[in-house]
Design a protein around this ligand. Structure first.
Ligand code: N01
Length: 544
């Protein structure tokens, strides 16, 4: 695993294959990085595995896919004309519309001419003598770059459990994170969905509309809040657009960089009466979306506070789901919010339909996939198609599939053997001039991703400009700064309930993955810290 044989050859000096910046990925991070690099007159190239832009929104085309962050917030803010001109049709934008937006951005800034599509980067090796990165792709490209920016996304390598007998199934199989581009029609089909995370919770109500029988295989029940999605209110859109920049500034002060219209309460649940608690929860439940978690200040800090909120949600599930046994199975028992909360449209209601069945697989998991279906809970379920909604090898999966080697040929895989270690989630000690956008150790997946992406790209672009102005060649985290940062990320997590269950934030969903809480909690403090690092002359970085 540690020593792929491929060796990137240096690009011929002065050739068309020498770049200032090599960017990996053409999602929202890679596209904006390209735009910023060009703005500095840098020569940049982007490699993208898909045949189009959009990253997550290119791959996750499963039925019902939509953003859990409100559309007026889930967009770039670097160009006021862009945000004024773009119109979202719904409160929570559906995947096709977000993909349309990504394509619009690519066209508007003429990005495609520097993107090589259907091309996967396989290796990036640092050449000490030239202080350049040699980058190789699966299509035989060999380019070099002074900087490499890994804009590879946090949820871009699917987790496909090695269920015994998987290859014997005679019908079609799908993974939500690699959904076909052609429409998939489940009409009249018996369908199995394995997994009950966000992707499953969004897709199950839609699949149930077509399938003749739907079997949902659940290992862990999840908390989900109704989206209350609706056409975007033109009055709301006009109000936001009248003060878009101020709205963005307010959102950037939120822990997750979104939701300032309905911020987290500062009130402890223990200072509220039963009626006040019920009112606060109901208000957020009825409003819809992830704001539910902010009903009281201490829900993610105090286990007893969390349990009160969890009980409240379980009561709603029992009200919605008619069959008491199914309702009980759908009631989560883990800490609310320590696995990413889900946002749904009719998820729990779907289980009231007679052709939708919930199978508890906790005792033995999926026992096997057979030619005819799924074996679990001691019986075989015959189905025509299987949907794997089994998630991702999050945050590190894609980076570690690339053979990245820094100083002295040390591989990133070895450097991260005990879990990912970064400084600010932006760089790894020993890997000069290599940046990770929304890397582990940054707020990334606990925020409105597009805001975190822009903050990182701005920081990286600023750093590149500074190096040039200073006449310096390389920048890299010092091991001391990195160790201190890793300690800080863990210390912050340990003040909360986030590490208290088997979530993908911890890598717990992938067998054998080192368990480390990967994202940093708290966007505003993080941004402040990044700015301070710059103000102090890139404190914690070695510059040469
Ligand atoms: O993946 P998940 P996801 N046998 O890891 C189960 C973002 N997202 O694609 O919990 C049986 O959450 C697993 O069970 P368990 C969002 O950040 C955003 O749904 O590990 N089951 C779980 O139920 C989200 O958190 C949006 O016990 C197995 C499910 O598969 C993240 O993506 C929409 C199994 C995986 O759930 C990932 O969501 C969708 C096995 N061997 C996603 N392995 C929007 O913003 C795993 N499971 C709209």
């Amino acid at each position: 695993m540690n020593a792929p044989t491929e060796r990137p050859a240096p690009a011929a000096a002065g050739s068309a294959n020498e770049f200032d910046v090599v960017i990996v990925g053409a999602g929202f991070a890679g596209m904006y990085m390209l735009h910023r690099a060009r703005g500095q007159g840098l020569r940049a190239v982007v490699f993208e595995a898909g045949d189009g832009v959009g990253g997550t929104w290119y791959w996750n085309r499963y039925p019902g896919a939509r953003c859990d962050v409100e559309s007026m917030e889930y967009s770039y803010q670097f160009d006021d004309t862009l945000q004024q001109q773009w119109h979202w049709s719904e409160r929570f934008a559906p995947q096709p519309e977000i993909l349309k937006y990504a394509n619009h951005v690519a066209d508007r800034y003429d990005l495609r001419r520097d993107i090589r599509f259907s091309t996967r980067v396989t290796a990036a090796h640092f050449d000490e003598a030239g202080a350049r990165w040699n980058v190789t792709t699966d299509r035989g490209d060999q380019v070099s770059g002074r900087f490499v920016v890994m804009a590879t996304g946090c949820l871009s390598s699917t987790n496909k459990p090695a269920f015994p007998g998987l290859e014997t199934f005679t019908g079609p199989t799908y993974h939500t994170g690699e959904w076909p581009h052609e429409p998939v029609d489940f009409s009249g089909k018996r369908v199995a969905v394995i997994g009950t995370g966000s992707s499953a919770i969004q897709s199950i109500p839609i699949i149930a509309k077509q399938a003749s029988e739907l079997w949902v295989f659940q290992r862990t029940a999840n908390y989900s809040v109704p989206a209350r999605n609706a056409p975007l209110d033109p009055g709301y859109e006009a109000r936001i657009k009248a003060e878009y920049q101020a709205f963005r500034a307010r959102n950037s002060q939120m822990m997750g960089a979104f939701g300032s219209a309905f911020p987290r309460s500062e009130v402890s649940i223990f200072s509220a009466s039963d009626e006040e608690r019920d009112r606060a929860f109901a208000e957020r439940w009825n409003r819809g979306g992830l704001g539910f978690q902010g009903a009281f200040a201490d829900l993610m800090i105090n286990p007893n506070a969390n349990e009160i909120a969890a009980d409240w949600v379980r009561e709603r599930i029992r009200e919605i789901v008619k069959d008491p046994a199914t309702a009980e199975l759908l009631c989560p028992t883990q800490v609310l919010g320590c696995k990413r909360m889900c946002v749904d449209t009719g998820y729990f209601e779907t289980f009231n339909q007679p052709h939708v069945h919930l199978i508890d697989i906790r005792p033995g998991g999926i026992e096997a996939i057979t030619p005819r279906g799924v074996k679990a809970a001691g019986r075989e379920f015959e189905v025509d198609a299987i949907v794997f909604a089994t998630g991702f090898d999050a945050m590190t999966g894609t980076l570690l599939r690339i053979d990245v080697r820094g100083r002295d040929g040390v591989s990133l895989r070895d450097a991260w053997a005990a879990g990912p270690r970064t400084y600010l989630g932006l760089n790894v000690a020993g890997f000069p001039n290599l940046f990770t956008v929304s890397g582990p150790g940054s707020p990334s997946v606990l925020t409105n991703m597009i805001v975190s992406i822009e903050q990182h790209v701005n920081w990286i672009a600023g750093c590149m400009a500074w190096l040039r102005a200073q006449g310096r060649r390389t920048i890299e985290a010092t091991p001391q700064a990195q160790e201190a940062w890793v300690g800080h990320v863990n210390a912050v997590a340990d003040t909360t309930l986030y590490p208290h269950c088997n979530s993908w934030y911890l890598g717990a969903n992938v067998p054998g993955k080192t368990r480390v809480f990967m994202p940093l909690i708290g966007f505003p403090d993080y941004v402040k810290r990044c700015d301070e690092v710059v103000a102090r002359g890139y404190e914690g970085f070695a510059v040469a």
